[in-house]
Write a protein that binds this ligand. Structure first.
Ligand SMILES: Nc1ncnc2c1ncn2[C@@H]1O[C@H](COP(=O)(O)OP(=O)(O)OP(=O)(O)O)[C@@H](O)[C@H]1O
Length: 278
């Protein structure tokens, strides 16, 4: 693992390799029972490259999930625009797959059938043998071949999340959207699954937007970290460039001066906003 040069100038860099996802002047407000507006996101601007891994961090309630849901097409923006590959997003689409914290598997289907269902719905023109091979390939990718015929309530939380990830990537989306994908897992399982997701991403690079509350996870996994200000009317406070090339060696990275500086910078940002909120 090489670390690229890093200095205070690396902070606030917002120049992705290309503009694949473009969020411009995004505002999201909900109507209140009193007939007023509750502004959640106020003028968010962000571009993500087509093979870039982005993490979004911010205090609870600042609007991270709302932002992700707008990109997923599950929520509509009040104003502003979100484009993927030049096309305006206004509804869910198979080119943007979402992985949720709570797994969201269908309990009456086996692991294999949960993945197959997504493949059937999206890859309609694929032949039966092609579909079987895609499902098998992705079961193997997340080490679930032996558990393929088990039902969700027969497997662990970490395994359920691996099914969710395999299901999302099996249909080859242009962008992966993950809402605290490791949040419900114990530390050991979380570490293993982070590595597994990175292995897959390093072999099949794509745009990723991941929400997390964990600064170490964000540094380990992403190319840039988006720090959000507190709500209401939250927006992007800073964007930090992570100065380590993939594949990353977690232990070596953690011992570096750059890691220490970046981690402290992110934590100080979050502390500052937390203090303001008190
Ligand atoms: N459908 C809705 N109607 C009204 N307000 C909403 C709705 N959905 C979310 N909100 C409000 O928008 C704000 C942002 O919520 P959101 O879930 O996006 O935050 P978050 O940063 O993801 O929080 P957490 O980290 O706790 O998951 C919150 O104040 C929430 O109460």
């Amino acid at each position: 693992m090489k670390s690229t040069s890093f200095s205070e100038d690396n902070y606030n860099i917002a120049t992705p390799r290309s503009e694949f996802l473009e969020i411009e002047n995004l505002v999201k407000a909900y109507p209140t029972p009193e007939g007023k507006k509750f502004v959640v996101l106020d003028n968010v601007n962000l571009s993500i490259g087509e093979d870039e891994y982005i993490s979004v961090i911010g205090h609870s309630g600042c609007g991270k999930s709302t932002l992700l849901k707008i990109v997923a097409g599950l929520e509509k923006a009040t104003s502003g625009s979100v484009r993927l590959d030049g096309k305006q997003i206004n509804k869910p689409g198979a080119e943007r797959m979402m992985v949720f914290q709570n797994y969201s598997l269908l309990p009456w289907l086996t692991v294999r059938e949960n993945i197959r269902l997504a493949v059937d719905e999206v890859l309609k023109n694929a032949s039966r043998p092609e579909k079987i091979s895609i499902v098998n390939e992705h079961l193997a990718m997340v080490n679930l071949t032996a558990a393929a015929d088990k039902y969700p309530d027969e497997i662990s939380g970490g395994m359920k999340q691996r099914v969710g990830i395999a299901r999302a990537i099996a249909i080859r989306p242009k962008m992966l959207l993950m809402d605290e994908p490791f949040g419900a897992l114990d530390a050991l399982t979380r570490g293993k699954l982070q590595r597994q997701v990175l292995d897959i991403w390093e072999n099949h690079r794509q745009a990723v937007m991941m929400i997390t509350h964990d600064v170490d996870e964000a540094i380990y996994m992403s190319d840039r970290i988006v720090l959000m200000t507190n709500g209401p009317a939250a927006n992007i406070g800073e964007i930090l460039k992570v100065p380590f090339e993939h594949p990353r060696d977690r232990a070596a990275m953690r011992n570096s001066k750059e890691y220490f500086e970046l981690r402290n910078h992110a934590l100080n940002f979050l502390d500052r906003y937390f203090t303001q909120d008190e």
